[in-house]
Design a protein around this ligand. Sequence first.
Ligand SMILES: *Cc1c(COP(=O)(O)O)cnc(C)c1O
Length: 386
Amino acid sequence: MDISYIINELAEDRDAYFNAVAPPIIQTSNFAFRKVEDLARAFEDEMSGYLYSRGINPTVDILRRKLAALDGAEDALVFNSGAAAIFASVLANVKAGDHIVSVRNPYTWACKMFDQVLPRFGVSTTYVDGTDAANFFNATGPDTRLYYLESPNSWTYELQDLPAIAQYARAKGIVTIVDNSYCTPLYQQPVQMGIDISLQSATKFIGGHSDVVAGVISGSAAMMKKIFDSEYLNIGSGIQPFNAWLLIRGLRTLPARLERITRSTYQVIEALQNEPRVERVIFPLDPGFPQYALAKKMMKGAGGLLTIVYKAETRAEIVQFCERLKHILMAVSWGGHESLAIPKCAGIRPEDFDPSQPAHRMIRLYVGLEDPDYIIADLRQAMRSQ
Ligand SMILES: *Cc1c(COP(=O)(O)O)cnc(C)c1O
């Protein structure tokens, strides 16, 4: 399906709302029925129609159908956060006694779920280095039910060979979930590679304006129905109509924003590679990236997030660089209009900071929608004043 069609037309029924170009926000909790029979049908299968907005809502439906189509998936579900999307998709596919193999260092709250929540219910997790697909297969035991992937990850961009892992998992009846937040469906389509559930934090590129928190999963209609009927309705973490409307608005400009951000990212990388304070730039589509060939094979593009290893003898030098940035904001998240920087050392106790470890000197940068020269000038003045 054409991306322009998906973004501008699919699932919109303008005749039904005064030919308004922007869809309405159907801000209602419940929907009324005239016939008991219709009500009975809605009780029977809440996914089949409008009953109550914890389930299906018309504004959310427009978004849901667009997001599914962008992923090339049969269906999608939209949540009130990326973390909720992760939680629901994992929980729906495990039971007591089951085992999960996860790529190491997944997103923080995926990690907390595996380490702190799931063990309370008898579900265990083994972390593996995902750069070699064989590590997943070797860690698989008779109780392994799920592979959790994140490719690329959002700090150091390690990839997993998604088609190879999906093929192996399918043969063994193991469910695969991949966090595709970094690429979005515009740059990578995991479901097309055989992955069962593709998820994203829609807070990032889909929203695109740092004003909404949301998450999305996509996959087969059967898998989405299974998750809808249990975790989606039960945890009640579906997205609200207004936030869904903001995401529809975000989608309208997603390709244009990604295009601009991708172009600017390459310019920023080129400038950084010539800065004496920059020891290394880590970016998956940089020819020097260790998994460059695999990245080229799986991803149509990359942009926005990159990480630098800063040359510094002390933590104070990194702190000074970050605090001297005049326009680039120091904040978590990414995917919005504004450029960001975040130092790894903010999560390391000062007494544990070890400059001999490049990981301690990492600073993640997000290139936003500003003029690339404006971003580069800000980075340069903060580095060169040291
Ligand atoms: C932000 C993020 C999430 C979590 O999404 P929220 O919308 O913040 O709950 C998950 N995965 C990755 C890679 C992220 O960057």
